[in-house]
Design a protein around this ligand. Structure first.
Ligand SMILES: Cc1ncc(C[n+]2csc(CCOP(=O)(O)OP(=O)(O)O)c2C)c(N)n1
Ligand SMILES: [Mg+2]
Length: 330
């Protein structure tokens, strides 16, 4: 990466350090969740690993006081940047009553937190896309200065919901940012078997919006693309499709064994481009972080993860009679 690229984008040293810390926090929470799952303490993990740079780079380009996020299950980096805490994510992992996402009733990864404008989603993939379009329409009708940011995987970009949502947003010039986190697999299906076009972003032209593909391991490239999309949306010029290309570094979920469909060498090769390493190196090259600072950040993050784990493990479960809460009118 070129020197001081962040300055040209209007980002301060403090802001890029905060981006790095958010990426690292997401990674360390995720790693802890795998350990807890293998120890039989939490039921399920679906990872952000390999996608932190895309998630955090994008979130930092938004107005996190006003804009709406409609994340998909891997977006730990997005929700942390929007204000969800390590403790709250761990409460969801342990399925405890105090989990703000669903009171421990949904699987982990079903993010939702009203105060931070993180809109809850459903398990069928891509259903969040029409919701994002609807919120953008409501914002436009009410004259509000808001952009909606919705993410999904590349496999999910084949679902009708994506095409219907993109078309409606294109026709009505709604301020929606469609961000496809292309991690090259949809469970066991590789990208070559998912799309007949070369890029997911090629689909944008069909809906009258710009489509760009950027390096999903580079948080600054994603920041730049999403910032431009947000500015466009705020100017009333309509939606944008951003595709971030990275790689899913873990199996699909804690219930998947990826050795049955991809070579370990392929995963090892992808790990050499891990954004936690490459963005850390960028910060060091630019004199923003040194070894001592890196250790201080790591120690602080591990303290947070430990505290969150202990708190969530000891927190009470929901009462059985709360299972139907909010399902029917109270
Ligand atoms: C409508 C629907 N079909 C199938 C599934 C099962 N499913 C869950 S995740 C997934 C793969 C999605 O792949 P992709 O969109 O590339 O996202 P990734 O998991 O790779 O981030 C599938 C098929 C589902 N949840 N919803
Ligand atoms: Mg995928």
């Amino acid at each position: 990466m070129d020197k001081n690229r962040h300055k040209a984008l209007g980002l301060s040293d403090e802001q890029v350090l905060e981006m790095y810390e958010t990426m690292l926090l997401a990674r360390r929470i995720d790693e802890r969740m795998w350990l807890l799952n293998r120890a039989g303490k939490i039921p399920f993990v679906i990872s952000c690993q390999g996608q932190e740079a895309a998630q955090v780079g994008a979130a930092f380009a938004l107005d996190r006081e006003k804009d709406y996020a409609l994340p998909y299950y891997r977006d730990m980096g997005v929700v942390l940047a929007f204000g969800m805490t390590a403790r709250e994510l761990m409460l969801s992992g342990f399925a405890k009553a105090e989990d703000p996402n669903s009171g421990g009733r949904q699987m982990p990864g079903h993010f939702g937190q009203k105060k931070n404008r993180i809109v809850t989603g459903s398990s069928p993939v891509t259903t969040q896309v029409p919701h994002a379009v609807g919120i953008a329409l409501a914002g436009k009708m009410e004259g509000k200065d808001l952009v909606t940011f919705v993410t999904f995987g590349e496999g999910s970009s084949n679902q009708g919901d994506f095409h219907e949502g993109a078309n409606f947003a294109g026709v009505h010039k709604l301020p929606v940012i469609f961000m496809c986190e292309n991690n090259k697999y949809a469970i066991s299906v590789p990208i070559e078997k998912q799309l007949a076009c070369e890029k997911v972003s090629d689909r944008a032209i069909g809906y009258g919006m710009p489509g760009v593909t950027v390096d999903g391991n580079d948080p600054l490239a994603v920041y730049e693309a999403v910032k431009e999309a947000a500015d466009r949306g705020r100017r009333g010029e309509g939606p944008t499709l951003v595709e971030t290309v990275s790689y899913r570094l873990t199996p699909h979920s804690s219930d998947d064994d990826d050795r049955s469909y991809r070579a370990p060498e392929e995963v090892a090769e992808a790990k050499t481009k891990d954004s936690i390493i490459t963005f850390g190196a960028y910060l060091k090259e630019n004199g923003i972080m040194d070894d001592a600072k890196e250790k201080e950040i790591n120690d602080r993050i591990m303290d947070l993860v430990n505290e969150a784990t202990d708190y969530a493990e000891n927190a009470p479960y929901a009462n059985p009679e709360d299972a139907l809460k909010y399902v029917y009118a109270e």
